[in-house]
Design a protein around this ligand. Structure first.
Ligand code: SPD
Length: 288
């Protein structure tokens, strides 16, 4: 089991080979939970200024201060790009945050949720109720198991598939490989959209190119959307998207006022803006 963090003098340091020569630190007050599942080390901290924090194998998955940015964008960008998402699959994200966002859409009739590590769900239910409230919706069917295997059994079933993975250095590594994306494509209905955790355009150029190449090869339309998240290394993370029809870089339907009022990051404007990448990233992705 890997552990990519250290704690010293009340500070948590995330030090990971995926961002070499760089450490990310947050001041912590207390360890609220520390345990090991069959798959990974799971910790929850009370930070000094950023609310509670969930880490897996010592890598920050979320802090309460800015989790809304990531969860809203990973859920609402594909869901609003689609004209009428009714059947949704969410793979990973045992904290429940993506489910919380998906279930804000009244048009969604049914959500399959597949998470490999039941222990993450249990810990989130105990310590992160503002995220785990995502599990409370009756439209959700929870499946515990390997997301890759789950997808292989599905054909033309989903309008939108969202993959909320950890980084490709733990149990999530299979979710960054081409056969998994082939399975995602086959599991989509005609006109379906897939959105996956796409790492950072600054820190993980090789991974970004790798995912963009796969989605360019497999899908009719492909896009990269960039999100500001201060408590991820480098302060940003991206979504890799593939579409079997709809445009990705603008909403395909109107956002109801009462839904917009519930959100803090997503809006139709930020949806479009998030696809406008810095020049180096634009070129990097055009050249593949
Ligand atoms: N470098 C960490 C990336 C974490 C992505 N998944 C976060 C899970 C939040 N629901």
């Amino acid at each position: 089991m890997k552990n990519h963090h250290q704690i010293k003098d009340g500070w948590f340091f995330e030090i990971c080979p995926m961002w070499p020569g760089m450490g990310f630190s947050l001041q912590i007050e207390k360890v609220l939970y520390s345990g090991e599942s069959r798959f990974q080390k799971i910790d929850v901290y009370q930070t000094r200024h950023h609310g509670k924090m969930l880490t897996l194998d010592g890598i920050i998955q979320l802090t309460e201060s800015d989790e809304f940015a990531y969860q809203e964008m990973l859920a609402h960008v594909p869901l609003f790009a689609h004209p009428n998402p009714e059947n949704v699959l969410v793979i990973g994200g045992g904290d429940g945050g993506i489910l919380r966002e998906v279930c804000r859409h009244d048009c969604v009739k049914d959500v399959d949720f597949c998470e490999i590590d039941e222990e993450v769900i249990r810990v989130s239910r105990q310590f992160l109720p503002t995220l785990a409230c995502g599990f409370d919706d009756s439209r959700i069917n929870i499946h515990i198991g390997d997301g890759n295997a789950f997808v292989l059994g599905k054909k033309k079933q989903y309008d939108v598939i969202i993959v909320d993975s950890s980084d490709p250095i733990g149990p999530g590594d299979v979710l960054f490989k081409k056969p998994f994306y082939e399975g995602l494509k086959a599991a989509l209905k005609p006109g379906g959209i897939v959105a996956t955790q796409g790492e950072s355009i600054f820190l993980h150029k090789e991974w970004v190119i790798h995912l963009a190449k796969i989605t360019k090869e497999l899908f009719i339309k492909q896009g990269y959307s960039c999100i500001m998240v201060p408590t991820y290394p480098g302060g940003n993370i991206s979504i890799c998207l593939g579409s079997l029809g709809p445009e990705l870089n603008k909403p395909g339907r109107q956002i109801p006022d009462q839904l917009q009022e519930q959100l803090r990051y997503y809006s139709p404007e930020i949806h479009e803006a998030s696809f406008i990448l810095p020049h180096f990233a634009k070129k990097m992705l055009e050249d593949i």
